[in-house]
Design a protein around this ligand. Structure first.
Ligand SMILES: Cc1cc2nc3c(=O)[nH]c(=O)nc-3n(C[C@H](O)[C@H](O)[C@H](O)COP(=O)(O)OP(=O)(O)OC[C@H]3O[C@@H](n4cnc5c(N)ncnc54)[C@H](O)[C@@H]3O)c2cc1C
Length: 386
């Protein structure tokens, strides 16, 4: 057992920290205030190759493991930024990498690695299905050498900031299926060609997340853009869940560290009743407790990431990491806000922004209830509850 990072990993961490210093608090605060996409930040990270971390070298990426990819996202959040603006590419392209044809990989991956193409959109969630993905209703009907898509999606992020979207759609009616996990298929949708057949309606939500409702009205997708086998799409999406959960855990760890560091610093500086507020156990214990929980979650995150990179099964660890880290980050967020008193609500301290942002990680891309349901059923052998 070795809890130390390698030289290469330490270098990656330092390099991401250096890049993030170019995008300080005021950059993220302004982007949040204007509800802008942090274009300059995402472009910089892409140009330096960091968003292609998981793309193998043969397709132009850096071919790093999930451990290193998770470190990249952690450092973004730890610096005060928000990695959700660009994390999707890391886990969506896994579906393409694992299940796409050689031709598709050659066509897309190298361009994603250089930044010529952006794959930051992932179209799964629907209003009438919610967490029950196998109930989605958006259909893709085969007509000759293309599929024609009808239906709607909700909360699909970064559609207006991406060139490509991975889309999950129904290719066999639900009632005709014996195995309800079949009948869904994954497609690569070229968003630049979707105009007129797909309406994008931006949603006004609590955080700056560029998420949308989508309405498909006869969107045509070339049959060659089907990934893998028709009807196997849900399986392919599930295959990406462990990576997704590990990456989200790392973002939450980054947030948790940001909150505890900021809280501890402020607690040492703010003097009320003639002494630093941090001298009061009512202030310091919640921060210390959150710190301990983040450190514990981090060990599970590295355990999950190490197993993932060794190609060992890691469903339990990946789910636990996501759960523990997002809950610990939320605890740290509350401790940090309390520590800052009224100033925690002032935008100039960035606490309220990070507070809003980290709350998402307990709900999306998967809600913690569903994570617990996985642990209860698949790890502890209890009856299926959903
Ligand atoms: C900002 C944001 C960005 C998003 N981006 C994307 C995106 O890019 N692509 C995409 O496809 N989706 C995206 N989502 C959707 C997200 O993945 C879903 O919101 C999430 O999976 C939960 O689905 P739901 O909102 O329909 O909740 P529901 O399924 O309606 O669930 C509501 C609540 O009930 C709980 N619940 C439901 N069933 C059970 C059960 N059996 N046992 C216990 N509890 C249960 C859930 O855990 C949840 O807490 C995004 C969401 C948000 C808010």
């Amino acid at each position: 057992m070795d809890f130390n990072l390698t030289e290469e990993q330490l270098q990656i961490r330092d390099e991401i920290r250096r890049v993030c210093r170019e995008f300080p608090d005021r950059y993220w605060r302004e982007v949040d205030r204007r509800r802008d996409y942090p274009e300059a930040f995402v472009r910089k990270l892409t140009e330096l190759g960091w968003l292609g971390a998981l793309i193998p070298a043969e397709y132009g990426g850096t071919g790093l493991g999930i451990t290193e990819a998770s470190m990249i996202l952690e450092e973004i959040n730890r610096s005060g930024g928000n990695a959700t603006v660009c994390h999707a590419q890391m886990y969506t392209m896994g579906t393409l990498l694992r299940h796409g044809s050689e031709e598709q990989k050659k066509r897309y991956l190298s361009k994603i690695a250089t930044g010529e193409l952006r794959l930051q959109a992932f179209g799964v969630t629907e209003p009438n299905a919610g967490s029950e993905t196998t109930r989605i209703q958006t259909t893709a009907a085969r007509k000759g050498n293309k599929y024609v898509v009808h239906g709607q999606k909700i909360f699909i992020s970064r559609v207006l900031q991406s060139d490509l979207m991975l889309l999950l759609a129904r290719t066999t009616p639900y009632d005709e299926l014996e195995d309800k996990s079949r009948g869904l298929s994954v497609f690569i949708v070229d968003l630049r060609e979707a105009q007129g057949k797909m309406e994008v309606k931006p949603l006004d939500i609590m955080i700056n997340h560029h998420t949308n409702a989508l309405f498909f009205d006869g969107l045509e997708v070339p049959a060659e853009n089907l990934i893998g086998q028709e009807g196997m799409g849900f399986r392919y999406i599930i295959d990406g869940w462990n990576a997704e959960r590990i990456l989200i855990a790392a973002e939450a760890i980054g947030d948790g560290r940001w909150f505890t560091e900021r809280a501890a610093k402020y607690a040492g500086e703010r003097v009320v009743f003639s002494r630093p507020i941090g001298a009061n156990q009512g202030i310091q214990f919640p921060i210390a407790q959150a710190y301990a929980r983040i450190e514990a979650a981090d060990l599970v995150r590295y355990h999950a990431a190490t197993k993932f990179d060794r190609k060992e099964s890691c469903g339990a660890e990946a789910n636990m990491a996501k759960f523990l880290a997002s809950e610990a980050a939320w605890e740290a967020a509350n401790a940090c806000l309390t520590t800052h008193g009224g100033y925690g609500f002032a935008t100039e301290y960035d606490v309220e922004r990070k507070f809003r942002e980290t709350r998402l990680l307990t709900v999306a891309p998967v809600s913690n209830n569903l994570v617990l349901a996985y642990l209860a059923q698949h790890v502890l052998g209890m009856p299926k509850s959903y």
